[in-house]
Design a protein around this ligand. Structure first.
Ligand code: MN
Length: 459
């Protein structure tokens, strides 16, 4: 079946131009000024006045994850339904082996969680929280299974690898053309600060959370992994980067000639740590995530870095908990499950913040779709509106402003950290591989998401 999206403005990483888009089955057949012969038999959909983006890619989600003695509120069913509602047609979630288990075990586990349940396409990064000869041998199996990006944590003492292992893992990945993302926060000093804050009687204060995890302890871990990556001559991805101190370390590494990819998230661009000082404990606890929200000046610096291309991608770190789950941390801020819902709102938030700062549509397209597609080996199947690409399309109406309300969102979190946020425009409809998945804001697709075996990084 053919569909013609007529009258819209097609956005790419390079331009925004009036063009028609012809969908044929799951693929885009043609883009441009299309003649009658080409479009014969196609159903025409009028998208005049709308922007057409390649389907958004959220390369940082945590669905159906057991963490902090509970399980995330969103599994792959509700999480990907929320994703597609927000224009995200591909998510890349973090597969995670149980401690002491093989990577193959982690991959099997994540397929069990995801297969047959997803409303959008999906891939996995693989978490490496142990390093030995067996795991190194397994890397080849991971690449064969379409997993070309990995993740290591510098923050959690239980997952922290010694420097030698970090170096060897980065070297092994580099040799295979893989890339690795890092959660950068200093593990040991944060633990000491938590103990000090509790001893000072602040266990029941949500604002003890950001006090225990200051910006410079993120920057310390950024600097350390960048030096280890320098030794291994390996590229790194710094996920959920939050602050000026970290950006300065990244700039220094790039001046040395290192390849550093940087991700940030809407919460770090649009919120700040005043949220933790809300007089109502439950309200403040809604914002607990790691790294924590920072200062307004950090958010401004992230927007500037995004504009310069120094930050290449905006993902969400979607890790949703209900207010009831957050309440597990009453009396002990370290027991508040860390993470925010966000997979559904990223596109509209970044668009709104971006146009308010006079960023080009192309730049927003790169941050939301094209760059993650290239970075994670999906381009040009994903991340492009071009003949031969998957027909994943976001139809964005720049005039249809709306106000975000958690109660109206698909996530099972039941709230949004952006309650009351006024968007510039909104998503009208979404196509997933040629099939209408969202129509006038309502999810109309099904659990048609496919697993994506990914190629190597091409950014
Ligand atoms: Mn994360």
């Amino acid at each position: 079946m053919k569909t013609l999206l007529h009258g819209g403005t097609v956005v790419s990483g390079k331009s925004a131009r009036r063009a028609d888009v012809l969908l044929d089955g799951e693929k885009i057949a043609a883009v441009g000024r299309l003649g009658a012969a080409e479009t014969r038999g196609a159903e025409t959909v009028d998208v005049s006045g709308c922007l057409l983006f390649p389907g958004f890619i959220d390369a940082h989600t945590h669905f159906d994850l057991d963490v902090a003695n509970t399980t995330t509120a969103d599994d792959f069913d509700s999480g990907t339904r929320a994703a597609v509602r927000g224009g995200t047609t591909t998510v890349i979630d973090f597969a995670c082996p149980e401690k002491g288990e093989t990577l193959a075990h982690g991959l099997r586990l994540w397929h069990e969680k995801a297969d047959g349940r997803c409303w959008c396409d999906y891939g996995f990064h693989m978490t490496i929280d142990d390093w030995n000869a067996g795991i190194e041998r397994e890397l080849d199996d991971m690449f064969a299974a379409g997993i070309t990006s990995f993740k290591m944590y510098l923050t959690d003492p239980a997952m922290l690898l010694p420097d030698r292992a970090l170096y060897e893992a980065l070297s092994a990945l580099r040799a295979r053309g893989g890339v690795c993302g890092f959660h950068c926060e200093n593990a040991g000093v944060i633990d000491a600060k938590i103990a000090e804050l509790k001893a000072a009687g602040m266990a029941d204060k949500v604002f003890a959370h950001p006090l225990a995890r200051p910006d410079y302890l993120e920057a310390e871990a950024v600097a350390r992994i960048l030096r280890i990556a320098q030794a291994a001559d390996a590229p790194v991805i710094l996920v959920h980067t939050t602050n000026r101190e970290s950006l300065a370390e990244i700039e220094a590494a790039r001046r040395r000639g290192q390849t550093v990819y940087v991700e940030t998230c809407p919460q770090y661009l649009l919120l700040d740590d005043s949220a933790y000082y809300a007089p109502d404990w439950a309200e403040a606890a809604k914002y607990v995530c790691a790294p924590p929200l920072r200062k307004k000046a950090d958010a401004d610096a992230l927007w500037r870095a995004l504009r310069r291309g120094d930050v290449q991608t905006v993902s969400t770190d979607h890790c949703a908990f209900t207010p009831e789950q957050k309440a597990m941390g009453r009396g002990d801020f370290t027991k508040i499950p860390g993470g925010l819902p966000g997979v559904e709102t990223r596109g509209e938030l970044v668009y709104t913040g971006g146009v308010a700062r006079r960023m080009s549509l192309s730049l927003l397209c790169r941050a939301l779709s094209e760059n993650p597609a290239k970075l994670y080996g999906l381009y040009p199947r994903k991340g492009a509106l071009a003949a031969g690409s998957d027909a994943d399309i976001v139809v964005y109406d720049p005039e249809a402003d709306r106000v975000l309300h958690g109660a109206e969102l698909a996530s099972r979190a039941g709230y949004t950290p952006f309650e009351g946020f006024e968007t510039s425009g909104s998503i009208r409809s979404v196509y997933l591989r040629g099939a209408l998945a969202v129509d006038r804001g309502a999810v109309v697709g099904g659990r048609n998401g496919q697993y994506l075996a990914r190629e190597r990084c091409a950014l």
